[in-house]
Write a protein that binds this ligand. Sequence first.
Ligand SMILES: *Cc1c(COP(=O)(O)O)cnc(C)c1O
Length: 424
Amino acid sequence: MLTEHPSAAPDLDTLTARAAALDNADPLAHTRERFLLPEGVVYLDGNSLGALPAAVPAALEDAVHRQWGTDLIRSWNGNGWWEAPARTGDALGRLIGAAPGQVVAGDTTSVQLFNTLLAAARLRPGRRLLLTDPDHFPTDQYIADSVGRLLGLEVRRVPAREAAAVLAAESGNVAVAAYAPVDYRTGGLHDMAALTTAAHEAGALMHWDLCHAAGALPVQLDALQADFAVGCGYKYLSGGPGAPAFAYIARRHQQDFDHPLTGWHGHAEPFAMSGTYTPAEGIGRARISTPPLLSLLALEAALTAFDGVEMTAVRDKSLSLTGFFLECADALLDGLGFTVATPRDPKRRGSQVALRHPEAYPLVAALTARGVIGDMRAPDLLRFGFNALYVTHAEVLHAVRELQAVVTSGAHRAPEFQERPTVT
Ligand SMILES: *Cc1c(COP(=O)(O)O)cnc(C)c1O
């Protein structure tokens, strides 16, 4: 059974009225117009690829035709291409509690992760352990292992909830703890402040992966005294497919940041064309080389969807959406083979809801065919992500009703929903 209190489940009329009331009172109702959403689609996969912000097509048109086509190489100075990584980094910094001059945009999450994790570990010589989460996104675990091999560190996989105890027991031995605030599968939220404090008490550095947090909930990197962070631009930040990622390096570490990829854009005087590397001052030394400018300019334009929006308002709306999804699921999916994988306690929930069902893949495929887009993670999770800037409560109810219709009719048993494509 899905709900602990089945008799208290509201009926459909009550849920419909509640959705309307919540949408009418939504302080972020106006930001939906900042996105170009396809007709007839309920999009609950913004935690994998954010929807298209309305500002992006015009920005790309300008980047291609005027900046590239007409201004050509002059754009590096004339159109601010050189400053774009740090400028976009500062715009991102506002969303993750980082004062200007500590975030740079460019490259991919995996590349930024490799650089910052390796550089962090180099700041703690003589310590033999690197802690990471066995439930961390695969790329984060693979890269931690590679960093471990390069520096001769033991990579120990410790679940987030046990990490503080292990840090205390191994005080003096841990170089870096590398975790994510949000579990990408269940949407469970970890206590960033507690884990950062535990790392520091053990003399270790704290590295956060914000892929499922940036743009989804308030993150206060400076206030937490986090050391390093990375995150991608294409999930809740809606920067587009392959959008550049970002890296945060706390100001106090910048002077000693020894960049593993000493590319020419991180040089103090890139156009002196020196044969030896002298790192730039400040966050500029976290740069590598020529960034993918079209993607970077698209990301910069995408971030304007957050103009005038406080992350606390995003969080309130997000919790309202996920809470309402759970309420609808309790009322409409009870007894249909689902269980809830996401914590019900709002303080422990990110911006997604994951349901378990043995037929997760065909259910998601059949739902997609009906215009409700979520995704699945093997073996049995259906994931629904809620971007507070464009998802409505009415859509949440519609999605759960469609899921109920699919599972009760058996529509997902049709042959076309059994074959898994490469990307799920
Ligand atoms: C999405 C995600 C990634 C993706 O890495 P890419 O280099 O952008 O492919 C990495 N880590 C986490 C935690 C993620 O959620």
